[in-house]
Design a protein around this ligand. Sequence first.
Ligand code: EPZ
Length: 425
Amino acid sequence: MDKLLVHGGKKLQGTVHISGSKNASLPILAATLLTGETCIIRRVPDVSDTNYMIQILTALGAEVERSSGTVRITAGTISHDAPYEIVRKMRASICIMGPLVARLHKASVSLPGGCVIGDRPVDLHLKGLEALGATIDMEGGNMHIEAKDGLHGQECDLRGKHGPTVLGTDNMMMAAVLAKGKTVIESAACEPEVVDLANFLNKMGAKITGAGTRRIEIEGVEKLHGVDYTVIPDRIEAGTFMVAAAMAGCPEKGVTLNRVCQEDLKPSTAKLIEAGHSVEFNAKGTSCTVKPGQNPKGVNIVTAPFPGFPTDMQAQFTSLLAVTPGISVVEDTIFPQRFMHCAEMSRMGANIKVDNGTAVIQGGKKLSGAPVMASDLRASAALVLSGLCSEGTTEINRLYHIDRGYENIDDKLVMLGADIERVRE
Ligand code: EPZ
């Protein structure tokens, strides 16, 4: 069990290269189950979550080779029964359901358990598959999904209590590409990762239109073929480094991020500029330089489905606003309980009151280093950011959370001048 020691106060400068997207890689890796031909996926980040997905594909019978960011998968003969031991480690395993039912007309996947960031039911995933004609039995904590004579195209509205579902949209899209006839997904998620999956599927020979809008249409096809594909940059990793630069960057030089996508970063960029920091992109929008503002100010944030402000950036901005003079209000409408990081930041001297899905932040407090507990992926990144701006040393425990979704975040920060040590316990 590793922990991180963040010795605060160092100014960041230089260039960081952003990895491929974890949240695009996971459904794309699962989608390779839709064909028996070889798929090559490039720029897959080396993080625990993509390794779990590779373990699941291997356990289902696929041949998988990995060399740094390139993963080669041949799902020749596969099983429909996913092992609980691996599936339980990662909620996103659920996105193997659509491809397995589409290709094998059946799937057995364990029901995901609880999650610290909040209530995460899978009713919309099942609603989508049932709309395509699948039957679903729950038994022994497992979901047994079957479509004896295959899936049939259908129209289905995937809107839930908290809006659209990202992986639910992915699962229905992956199920529908081999279904008979036309499927229409209403209230679809528009996240860039959903669009990346649709582009990957279309390259395999699928017929998907409307990805990136609330209405996706899919014309089922007989068969899909193997492809060579490169995933999009990770907009949440990029957003995290942009906030690091605003919090601890060298005012003159700032921090340059390479391999980003300006369009996907619009919500985070807009909030950083509103808070008084400078963000400049190159002409192609593939790299940007972030400098801390002279007069930063508090801002209010309400998370929402893309193109709204991402819930996966909420914790990092909470860190920023805790050290920014003024009052800020942060509301998370997608995961109202996703504020575990606030209690840990309060241990460092931040003034944050959380109630009913909203954090009221009295910013501008001087933080001091302390031992803190990481509770989930983005909360742990937020604690690293707070540590960069604290006096003394912050000791972040349960580091496995951060390794789920950030590729070598400590090495990348040290390259920018941070003083961070990874300590094996
Ligand atoms: C994806 O999770 C991301 N994970 C999450 O990122 C991200 O926070 C989330 O989308 C929202 O943007 C991956 O892509 C692997 P949802 P997903 O289904 O698809 C409710 C990170 O930090 N809901 O869009 O599981 C749900 O409870 C992770 O990288 C239902 O009610 O999220 C939530 O309130 C954390 N019924 C809302 O919808 C359902 O069947 C959105 O969840 C499904 C979801």
